[in-house]
Design a protein around this ligand. Sequence first.
Ligand code: PEP
Length: 248
Amino acid sequence: MRKTIVAGNWKMNASKESVKKLIAGILSGMDGVKSEVLVCAPFPYLSQVESLIVGSEIRLGAQNLNINESGAFTGEVSASMIKDFGAKHVIVGHSERRSIYGETSAIVAEKVKASLEAGLTPLLCVGESLEQREGGKTESVVAEQINAVIELVGINVFNNIIVAYEPVWAIGTGVTASPEQAQSVHLFIRSLLGENNETIAQTTPILYGGSMNAGNANELIACPDIDGGLIGGAALKAEDFLHICKAG
Ligand code: PEP
């Protein structure tokens, strides 16, 4: 039985004041939440969130990492630094990193490797653009993104990876994949993992991301292969985020 996971991706949205309010709001509504709850904060706020969530069930994650352990990489942040602030997770391969910062599947795979080596559990994001979907390429795009990781790190480490299917056309657009569309890709991802190891396929959490909100979370998370959500916009409002956390 896979546990439901709800992860908030705050992207580049935070201030000390807003973080204080948001975490206080989430903490005040955690009663009755059965899902695993995770917040992925921008780097400068990891320390603040670390202190605010002490003693709670909320887990902390970052949104990106550099593949090197340390050294002359001005402006970059390593997996061990992220871990140093109590984070357990890091988002890897978000479509904004792939499209704006040119991260290829090979780079994303290296980032997964670096995070695993440091003891972080990566949230590996995959997903197709609208053009790729309309061209019938959804499965081949997602397969290429996942296979790049399997080829570099092997299937067995997927017991410590969370996959997030995030159709690019649904991220931040207000357009959500229908439960049928999402379930079909989630099932495809699970079968792809299953070609390598059926046990791993059945235990790997696969989250959906892309305009998930308080209104649509229930029907998406009810799908058999959707194990929770990676939430952008709706993760910035405690009430909406908690509603999604309670959907699981
Ligand atoms: C995301 O950034 O991963 C995301 C799913 O964003 P949104 O929920 O705003 O579409």
